[in-house]
Design a protein around this ligand. Structure first.
Ligand code: BGC
Length: 367
């Protein structure tokens, strides 16, 4: 039955293409294989981009890059943030379907709450690309484009260990763990990546999680909100680290939460621990250069948006977008073909090198 439906959809799609004259090859002038290829759509088509809340700088950067990049490539765009939460994002995606978008790129707040809207997109023949965060428990997602999230976690775990060795003597070291928001599909992956490095050291006793909070649910941070991480750390500092007990390291999944935890530690009058991060936010890069936060991760948003727009271009011309991982991202229903970019770890030692081509961050590394 499923096969039959698929064949029917393909037939109808091919017919629709024939009716519209497959006429893009002349218009786009790109010389790419457009006419006759399965799919394909008009060059000036509407592309929807549904972004989550502005929980970190990368999302804010993505907004403008999508607007500019899609315009430059000749598309109409509808780029939306959902600061009001999941139902706002559901409405935005539904509206993009109604307006006739050809591709919808989704950075989900909660990747498992969009099933109905994504099904509507699929039924309308729209291609759905999961951006940065995987869309879960739905077959209505076609591609995933992101930095390698597990690798991000591994790099964070490794940086924490290296920072402890470099700054905090010979150990054993007291550490605390922070994870991202439980509704973001990335959070568990970051945490698992980091724990693949840290857990063996915890088991050996080289690392001691003094609070005893080691499970994802105990250490996650609802909404990726700084105030939630800070509240949790205020409690930990006034209980576990009351008196002379030192906190040597904090695994933080991103820069916003790293700075929140450091605020707590400072308020408790303790020496700064080795703290990891992610996103290369301006405040954190300054902090790294000042010798406070230990590390961050560079996931150049420009490259991620650029690759998403390349995928749109391939789809427009009826070409299959390039993927480099077609086995890792099982979303519960299907394995989503992914294009993954390489994240880079950044410490004070390599910041100038990593950011040398970044117009905003590069100058911050020059004393
Ligand atoms: C992104 C991170 C970001 C976090 C909070 C995650 O899904 O991958 O880069 O720090 O969301 O916005």
């Amino acid at each position: 039955m499923k096969k039959f439906t698929k064949a029917l959809v393909a037939l109808v799609a091919a017919g629709a293409l024939a009716l519209t004259g497959c006429g893009n090859s002349e218009r786009d002038g790109s010389g790419t294989q457009s006419s006759g290829a399965a799919g394909g759509f008009d060059k000036g088509a509407l592309i929807g981009v549904a972004l989550p809340q502005k929980t970190s700088e990368n999302w804010v950067l993505a907004e403008q890059l999508f607007k500019d990049g899609l315009k430059e490539a000749g598309y109409e765009s509808d780029v939306q943030f959902a600061n009001g939460g999941v139902s706002e994002q559901q409405n935005q995606i539904q509206a993009m379907v109604t307006k006739g978008a050809k591709v919808i790129i989704v950075g989900a707040i909660d990747g498992s709450q969009l099933g109905t809207q994504l099904k509507a997109a699929k039924d309308a023949g729209i291609t759905v690309i999961a951006y940065d965060r995987l869309l879960k428990n739905t077959d209505a997602v076609d591609y995933y484009v992101a930095y390698d999230n597990f690798k991000v976690g591994q790099l964070q775990g490794t940086a924490l260990l290296e920072g402890l060795k470099a700054r905090k003597g010979s150990g054993p070291w007291n550490i605390e763990l922070i994870a991202g928001s439980p509704d973001d599909a990335n959070s568990q992956v970051f945490f698992d990546g980091a724990m693949s490095v840290l857990k063996p050291e915890i088991d050996k006793g080289t690392l001691v999680v003094k609070s005893g909070q080691t499970s994802f649910s105990q250490v996650s941070t609802q909404g990726w909100k700084a105030e939630n991480a800070q509240k949790r750390f205020d409690t930990i500092m006034s209980s576990t680290y009351a008196g002379a007990t030192e906190l040597h390291g904090i695994l933080s999944p991103n820069d916003t939460l790293a700075r929140a935890a450091m605020t707590s530690v400072k308020a408790a009058g303790k020496a700064l621990p080795v703290v990891t991060g992610q996103d290369s936010e301006v405040e954190s890069v300054k902090s790294i250069m000042a010798g406070e936060q230990y590390s961050t991760i560079y996931k150049d948003t420009t490259a991620l948006v650029k690759h998403s727009i390349t995928m749109v271009g391939d789809l427009q011309s009826g070409k299959k977008p390039e993927v480099n991982d077609d086995k890792s991202y099982n979303n519960g229903v299907k394995v989503v073909p992914a294009y993954l970019l390489e994240p880079k770890i950044v410490t004070k030692d390599n910041a100038a090198e990593v950011y040398k081509d970044d117009k905003t961050l590069g100058p911050l590394t020059k004393a």
